[in-house]
Design a protein around this ligand. Structure first.
Ligand code: PEP
Ligand code: MN
Length: 622
């Protein structure tokens, strides 16, 4: 049952209620973040709801219906996030877990770990206790393998995940690894589930070879009922009559699970297919279907692998897959972040040590807010500002380390104000991110499309939804400065029949309902955001640089500059001119190039650029 507590209840009374329920043999959880204070209690026997309702401090008792008490969404409507070291699984950043099937030696593990990290993996996998079909196959290095995993973490910074095959390994797991995997063959080993439930480490729970989704979720329920809600589900293919693949990847499990549970979902395309060339297509499909991450077997010398060589990708193939996922992720509202680990380490505030602070435009649920979460993670402390200039000021005055600003939209072009501010302030672009802009028509719960009389949103959003709005000529359209403010104010409007255009996240955040989905005219609607700061976020070589320059007023001046890029084989990805303030009909050129300006090979073309321009400023490399 869900026990709704009276408003402004003393912490002490709440603790007393929880203790009493616990003594009655209940599994007890506090519900946070829903705006109301509540407790969920599940009795293994009969729990008298009338008696609970009569307890001091209890406002209401709501029965917990459905089978999946703790993994279900009734008491936990929002998606869970599971933390493994600095990595969050279930957020908006795709998590790539990669490594060999089995740890074979320190050299093998380290070689593969370095490679997969380079290509974007954020968690390293490798079996030390291998559940093999044949007793004569390699069984794993056992504790020696765990020690190697710990060394890999030490050296690469990648948290490590490995399979636990017996209750007796719990202490070893506790000592050496960051996340434990319950393998397909052990999905219904209930003693093992209880053990990992008490271990206090995040758990990767694979689906059994022939298990239904219900059985799988019940296994997760075992782990949560022991007090561990850090559980990630891993679909790895099920046994069917089809012999062309090792198993049949059940991609439909992803949307089914999404509906039933708040737990994160990752997909293992390696065991699902058993064949190297089938891994990448299924991995791409899994991300498109909404998976939070992938677990992929990678080996630098798969022909000599002691386990699962035929399904292991070569490191370069894993790299290519990561590039594909990088492109697909924004389409489904997520990001693949190549610098995840390094950023997580650097994001701390230099003096206070707390999470990074970032400023963005608009209220929570605005697209700038979403971009900030996707770039810096939901841990970052976010401050909302009402103008772009205020964001630049906040970074310049060290109020925050980073600012997140839109630079251009795929349909409407550059956000010129920000280009001008980049020129004016002495800050750098330290990162970029592409966010897909999906607009929804949002209203207070219970409103129907035919009830709508007035619509509120930002100028840009209204423009981008023109075709949809034109179908409703009697609607009155009102402009406000940001989409999230439009959604936020719906509750405060005195009349009924109001709607806003904004993000799904804004609807959720302000307790609103989406009444028409994806109403933007062109679905290829992406905004490119820049992250501005004083310090670069990572020490890695950068892919891109932005520069601004003006040329002499003479024939061929711009051509001379372009020739420098051409001669040096530097790819120019954007060139735009902007009027210079106070100097009518004079222009600055803003250019993005695919090069890291700090690299020695760029020194010479940069020197030539300086010569050929009247003004030159590097806006940043990222
Ligand atoms: C593994 O991940 O190496 C493994 C043995 O997987 P599964 O339990 O899915 O077969
Ligand atoms: Mn394997």
């Amino acid at each position: 049952m869900i026990i709704v507590l009276k408003k402004d209840l003393d912490e002490e009374v709440k603790q007393r209620i929880m203790a009493e329920l616990y003594q009655k043999g209940c599994v007890v959880r506090e519900i946070n973040g829903t705006g109301q204070s509540a407790i969920v209690a599940i009795g293994r026997g009969d729990l008298d709801s009338k008696a609970v309702a009569a307890m001091d401090g209890v406002a209401e008792v709501v029965p917990l219906t459905g089978k999946f008490k703790l993994v279900g969404r009734q008491w936990h409507p929002h998606n869970s996030e599971v933390k493994v070291g600095p990595i969050t699984i279930g957020g908006q950043r795709i998590v790539l877990i990669a490594g060999p099937c089995a740890i074979e030696s320190l050299d093998q593990a380290m070689t593969i770990a370095r490679e997969v990290k380079r290509y974007g993996a954020v968690l390293f996998r490798g079996g030390a206790f291998k559940p093999r079909t044949s007793p004569y196959s390699f069984q794993g290095l056992e504790e020696e393998g765990l020690k190697i995993l710990a060394q890999v973490r030490q050296e690469t910074g990648l948290p490590v995940v490995t399979e636990i095959t017996s209750v007796s390994q719990a202490d070893l797991m506790d000592r050496y690894v960051d996340m434990v995997q319950v393998g397909a063959r052990n999905m219904q080993n209930f003693e093992l589930l209880k053990t990992v439930g008490r271990l206090g480490k995040p758990v990767l729970l694979k689906r059994g070879l022939a298990s239904t989704i219900e059985e799988w979720l019940m296994s997760a329920e075992y782990i949560l009922s022991e007090g561990n809600d850090q559980v990630v589900l891993c679909e790895r293919g099920i046994r069917t009559y089809e012999p062309y693949t090792r198993n049949t990847l059940d991609l439909s499990a992803i949307p089914v699970l999404r509906n039933l549970t708040h737990l994160p979902i990752v997909v293992d395309p390696s065991h699902a297919t058993g064949i190297r060339e089938k891994v990448a297509p299924m991995a791409r499909a899994a991300i498109a279907a909404g998976a939070d991450g992938l677990m992929v077997e990678v080996h630098h010398d798969p022909d000599k692998a002691l386990s699962d060589g035929p399904q292991s990708l070569y490191p370069q193939q894993f790299g290519q897959l990561a590039r594909d996922i990088y492109v697909i992720a924004p389409v489904v509202g997520k990001q693949l972040d190549y610098d995840y680990i390094e950023k997580a380490g650097r994001q701390k505030h230099p003096t206070t040590g707390s999470a990074a602070m970032a400023a963005h435009l608009g209220h929570p649920g605005s697209f700038s807010h979403l971009a900030t979460i996707q770039y810096l993670g939901s841990d970052a402390q976010m401050i909302s500002k009402t103008s772009f200039r205020a964001i630049f000021d906040a970074v310049e005055n060290d109020e925050v380390q980073y600012g997140v600003i839109p630079l251009e939209n795929s349909l409407t072009g550059s956000i010129h104000e920000n280009y001008d501010l980049l020129l004016e302030y002495n800050l750098s672009i330290v990162g970029e991110l592409y966010l897909r802009i999906i607009h929804h028509l949002i209203s207070v719960p219970g409103t129907r499309l035919e009830d709508i009389r007035q619509v509120w949103s930002s100028e840009a959003a209204i423009q981008q939804c023109r075709a949809f709005l034109d179908q409703q000529p009697h609607w009155q359209i009102n402009t406000v400065h940001a989409t999230a403010s439009a959604v936020r104010q719906l509750n405060d409007l005195p009349t009924r029949g109001n709607a806003a255009i904004g993000s799904r996240e804004a609807a959720q955040y302000y307790g609103m309902q989406v009444i028409a989905e994806s109403i933007e005219t062109n679905p290829r609607n992406f905004t490119r955001f820049g992250i501005i700061g004083k310090q670069p976020l990572t020490g890695r070589p950068k892919k891109k640089s932005s520069v601004v320059f003006s040329t002499k007023n003479q024939p061929g001046a711009l051509f001379d500059v372009m020739k420098i890029f051409a001669d040096s084989q530097i790819n120019l990805v954007k060139l735009e001119s902007r009027p210079i303030h106070g100097q009518p009909w004079q222009y600055m050129f803003y250019a993005d190039i695919e090069a890291d300006i700090q690299m020695p090979s760029i020194k010479e073309p940069m020197a030539r650029l300086k010569e050929k321009t009247e003004f030159l400023k590097v806006l940043g490399s990222y």
